[in-house]
Design a protein around this ligand. Structure first.
Ligand code: BDR
Ligand code: CA
Length: 309
């Protein structure tokens, strides 16, 4: 099984990404690290534990808390999108029974990547603060990771927080810059250009049926879909974070191109923009595989089939 660590700010779509990863049965999940983002670090950690308890795997997968704020900037929560509890109210009345593991997420990343040299894939679906802190402490980490897959950024389409910036990068652009510039040999960016195509519709929810997980998905995405409709005029919601997990499961779901991407950090209007050098005007070596297209149907089929299993 592929060894993975998920880094999350659980969030409605993070939760669905965790469900896809666990239920696929294809990963040895070494741990799930949490970070400030959609909700506070404590809330996101609690939500992650709730999701693992819901799946009955809370004893097998440790949850390790990380950074409670971006490197330099204030927090920027997304309760508007993810609801007061961060899960669209789906597990609101559940009291969490499990405790997070001891330790600090950046150290957990370093220890596990070095222990399983060259074997660990990182699936990052949140602001990149934890990985940036790990790289500051241990820059040689880049040579010991199997692969990094990041849900974040947007290279052709528009942003989802500002006109130009995607949320995970916008929240901690300095951290994203550290990560993008670190020199990972295998790095995939799963941005809004493709996640906006990975749309969960009511039809998909019907397919999940009146099961426990079907109920969960229906409740957790109800308001999320309304928000998505208000912004995008489409009766659906984007499976941003699950698609990053999908790419870890099946690379050919996406079409990628090797490109140089950097992050804007000093602009009045464009902070957090992922600037992608399509014409190599900056004469830099490509630093990542950027997802430009996705077989959305194949992904949604995989997602639904896996959740049903
Ligand atoms: C990303 O932002 C968060 O709100 C979601 O969980 C996802 O990781 C999408 O831009
Ligand atoms: Ca997320």
């Amino acid at each position: 099984k592929q060894k993975v660590i998920l880094d999350v700010d659980t969030g409605i779509d993070d939760a669905l990404g965790i469900m896809l990863a666990v239920k696929s049965g294809r990963f040895d999940i070494l741990g799930i690290t949490t970070v400030n983002g959609n909700v506070s670090l404590d809330k996101g950690t609690e939500n992650t534990l709730k999701v693992l308890e819901f799946l009955g795997v809370e004893k097998e997968i440790p949850v390790i808390k990380g950074a409670d704020r971006p490197l330099l900037r204030p927090n920027f929560f997304e309760h508007r999108v993810h609801g007061e509890d961060g899960l669209g109210g789906a597990l609101r009345d559940v009291t969490v029974q499990t405790q997070p593991a001891t330790g600090f997420a950046p150290d957990f990343l370093i220890e596990n990547i070095l222990r399983h040299d060259g074997e660990v894939t990182l699936i990052m679906t949140a602001p990149l603060t934890n990985l940036a802190l790990a790289l500051r402490k241990c820059p040689e980490l880049v040579r010991h990771v199997n692969e990094v897959i990041v849900m974040g950024g947007v290279v052709k389409d528009v942003g989802n927080v500002t006109p130009t910036a995607e949320y995970n990068i916008f929240v901690d652009p300095e951290a994203a810059r550290v990560v993008f510039r670190a020199g990972f040999p295998r790095f995939t960016l799963v941005g809004l250009d493709v996640t906006r195509q990975a749309l969960l519709t009511e039809e998909h929810i019907r397919l999940l049926g009146d099961t426990r997980i079907g109920q969960y998905v229906k409740t957790s995405t109800a308001d999320y879909m309304k928000r998505y409709f208000e912004r995008n005029g489409v009766a659906a919601c984007a499976m941003h974070d699950p698609l990053a997990v999908g790419v870890a499961l099946q690379k050919d779901l996406v079409t990628t191109r090797k490109l140089f991407v950097d992050v804007e950090t000093r602009s009045e209007l464009c902070d957090g923009q992922t600037v992608c050098d399509f014409q190599n005007r900056l004469s830099q070596q490509p630093n990542m595989d950027v997802c430009l297209d996705v077989d959305a149907k194949a992904f949604l089929d995989l997602f639904i089939r896996t959740l049903q299993s």
